[in-house]
Design a protein around this ligand. Structure first.
Ligand SMILES: NC(=O)C1=CN([C@@H]2O[C@H](COP(=O)(O)OP(=O)(O)OC[C@H]3O[C@@H](n4cnc5c(N)ncnc54)[C@H](O)[C@@H]3O)[C@@H](O)[C@H]2O)C=CC1
Ligand SMILES: CCCCCC(=O)CC\C=C/C=C/C=C/[C@@H](O)[C@@H](O)CCCC(=O)O
Length: 262
């Protein structure tokens, strides 16, 4: 949902994905972006390989209805990518509703169709977080919070799926800065609000280490889709490497410094 890379980069980005899959459903709240993307993919792969569905991931009715339409038409959901995301530190409730609420909703709704106890075929869900989901970005505390939430929620749901034998793997992708429309919103006070004076931090990070192309992110996505040993795994990708992140098994296993409460 909100699975949207720039038209050119999406064609490159999901090259392997569309070839790999029988059918790709594109879900987005932006009709013009969705129609444009479908048109590009039709030219690349033929008119019967993708379909665009207009939906707002913050709407239970929209999202539920679209997934039901997709399952009715194609019989199943094998892979879901919860990708919709924005940066808006001013209207932070909207950011939470999309970046975290949309991922929760998409995960729960898809599991109803995918989990084996419901007669589903199992499959894999990949939730798109960010490296800001692993370490705070000072210019975007709400964005940071939503991306940390995506990591925590998805890791917990992966444990649920394993314990409940859903047959659905749930993994997390944490990219560095990527050349997409989202980055343009970083430079506007309208989106960053009172943290706008700190935007130089992100600019310096990009100057020092560059930006990823969307097709590289898509290759990392396919690792999480194809490696059936991965469930609850967090793949971090930056301009130098793609690495699986290790977390302590328990909260108390983090490196700690004792404090006397006397
Ligand atoms: N661009 C970057 O530097 C990075 C992006 N990400 C994450 O990647 C994901 C994709 O973002 P990008 O492709 O970079 O940005 P983008 O702005 O190009 O794509 C986001 C898509 O989500 C859609 N969307 C927004 N609100 C929606 C809603 N309520 N319902 C349905 N669709 C909605 C937009 O219409 C757009 O097509 C986001 O979750 C973002 O946080 C993670 C790390 C870095
Ligand atoms: C608000 C902009 C979000 C843009 C889209 C992204 O999700 C990009 C995230 C990319 C990298 C995030 C890295 C975070 C690193 C933190 O652990 C910390 O190292 C940042 C410290 C920044 C500083 O003070 O130098």
């Amino acid at each position: 949902p909100g699975t949207r890379f720039k038209t050119l980069t999406l064609t490159q980005a999901v090259d392997g994905l569309v070839v790999f899959l029988l059918f790709v459903a594109l879900i987005d709240v932006n009709k013009s972006l969705g129609d444009e993307l479908k048109s590009t993919l039709d030219q690349e792969y033929g008119r019967d390989r993708t379909e665009f569905y207009l939906a707002d991931v913050t709407s239970e009715e929209d999202f539920k209805g679209v997934l039901e339409k997709i399952v009715k038409t194609f019989g199943r959901i094998d892979i879901l990518c919860n990708n919709a995301g924005i940066i808006n530190e001013k209207h932070w409730e909207k950011t939470i509703a999309i970046n975290l609420g949309g991922v929760v909703r998409g995960t729960y709704l898809a599991l109803e169709h995918m989990k084996k106890e419901n007669g589903g075929n199992g499959g894999v869900i990949v939730n798109i977080s960010s490296m800001a989901g692993l370490g705070p970005l000072p210019m975007a505390p709400i964005y940071t919070a939503t991306k940390h939430g995506v990591v925590g929620f998805s890791r917990a749901m992966a444990a649920v799926s394993k314990l409940a034998n859903y047959g659905v793997r749930i993994n997390i992708l944490c990219p560095w800065f990527v050349k997409t429309n989202l980055l343009s919103t970083m430079n506007s006070e309208k989106h960053i609000g009172s943290f706008f004076p700190l935007k130089g931090i992100a600019e310096t990070m990009m100057q020092n280490r560059g930006c990823l192309e969307a097709d590289v992110v898509a290759k990392a996505f396919l690792v999480l889709v194809k490696d059936e040993s991965k469930n609850g795994d967090v793949l971090m990708i930056d301009p130098d490497e793609a690495v699986f992140v290790s977390f302590p098994e328990r909260a108390q296993d983090f490196s700690t410094t004792p404090v006397s409460l006397e």
